[in-house]
Write a protein that binds this ligand. Sequence first.
Ligand code: SF4
Ligand code: SF4
Length: 93
Amino acid sequence: MEKIKCLRCGKCCWYPQEGEWNKKNSPWLPCRFLTVGINGVSTCTRYHKRLGSEMGPGAVCGRREDSIYNYPGCPFNTPDKEPHPFWSKLEKV
Ligand code: SF4
Ligand code: SF4
């Protein structure tokens, strides 16, 4: 079976500025370790030490499978999760 690969869109590397992960109107910001190349492919500058790193005030990096959300186009989406409150306003999840 073919292994599912991350598309490196970076959408799971944003956190709610006001710390309110479930609030639809909370502004979201990119993690301080996220960089996006001119080709649109994102990179984590702390990839091998990412888990537990502070993304920004009140937010810590965790495993993708532990996220409670689905993200637009993410191959790791599962039917039991809800669309991400920030990205689902901009793109179809
Ligand atoms: S949302 Fe999915 S495809 Fe995008 S960076 Fe995260 S795991 Fe990869
Ligand atoms: S530390 Fe985590 S949230 Fe931040 S860019 Fe790296 S993988 Fe994404």
